[in-house]
Design a protein around this ligand. Sequence first.
Ligand SMILES: NC(=O)c1ccc[n+]([C@@H]2O[C@H](COP(=O)([O-])OP(=O)(O)OC[C@H]3O[C@@H](n4cnc5c(N)ncnc54)[C@H](OP(=O)(O)O)[C@@H]3O)[C@@H](O)[C@H]2O)c1
Length: 324
Amino acid sequence: MYSVVVKKYGGPDILEYVRSDSQNIDDKCVKIKVSACGVNFADVLTIKGRYQERPRPPFSPGLEISGKIIGIGKNVTEHKVGDLVMSIMKYGGYKSEVVVPSENTYKVPSNMPLEIAAGFPVIYGTAYSALVTSAKIKKGETCLILGATGGVGIATVEIAKALGSKVIACGGSDSKLKSCTSKGADYVINYKEKILRNELNKLNIKEIDVVIDMIGGQYALDSVKSLKWNGRFVVVGFASGNIPNIPANRLLLKNASAIGLYWGELAYREPNSIKKDFLKLEDLYNRNLLKPNNHKTFKLENASEALQYLLERKNIGKLVLKVN
Ligand SMILES: NC(=O)c1ccc[n+]([C@@H]2O[C@H](COP(=O)([O-])OP(=O)(O)OC[C@H]3O[C@@H](n4cnc5c(N)ncnc54)[C@H](OP(=O)(O)O)[C@@H]3O)[C@@H](O)[C@H]2O)c1
């Protein structure tokens, strides 16, 4: 088997593609022949040693994979050899073969190609938790998405629309925002070129029920000012590199809440609730309400190139690594 390995923390160029040994299967684990791996913004931070999860080198990055089960531990009952699955992990997905806990492994929805399934769990799982579990969004509510042009952002646009919300997608490039419109966003705002609150005024949108924030910084502070009575602000990420100090007085005045979401950890602590979320997502997918697509596919050995592409913000949505 082959692995992409970090031997010392650094940028995408430090990744090495090496031959490695197959792992033994623990009793509660499954062994998967990997078909493809999802690429996430968190991988860039992990290989720099700047993510919440800080494995010591040498390690492989990678939060999600899809593939076929080729072995099962003796206590595994919910999966069998030959099943097509997708799986999540804290790191270690950039490999041609993985051994992962059975409880963090999910059946690939029927009709979903494995290459799509590789990039599905993290972005759709996070978006669903943010909207449904954290924000408890209701049909007809207004949802503003910061970072709508990224992987999590586009999944959030799709799910929010599928749940009957009015969606305002915000991002930093007009061409990327076109993808949000094609996924159903009712309005788009380029916050790099325009002032968010002025644009909301022009659209005659006075207040927002739910903000899902992947970006942080000034954009987050501006959107907190636009929250409605009982509004919810969900903290998902800080892609701007700036962690906002959310003003407590604004929350108090609107009886509003700010809620943090650490989906990767949640998925480990509460695997059964995540499993239920995936069944709901599968139902939306089967009803053609979600149409996940990858922006670009790289070979596993070219993982550095994929992460560099992500860092240069060339992606609109999901990148995946295909295993030969
Ligand atoms: N809390 C959780 O459980 C969880 C789970 C998954 C992801 N995340 C976090 O969510 C964030 C987005 O993840 P992703 O997978 O969607 O990433 P992605 O596909 O790389 O998208 C990044 C998004 O951030 C925007 N962006 C990038 N650099 C920026 C900058 N300097 N200033 C403003 N906007 C910037 C990009 O938009 P434009 O290029 O259009 O500006 C794009 O919308 C990351 O911070 C990630 O770590 C958190």
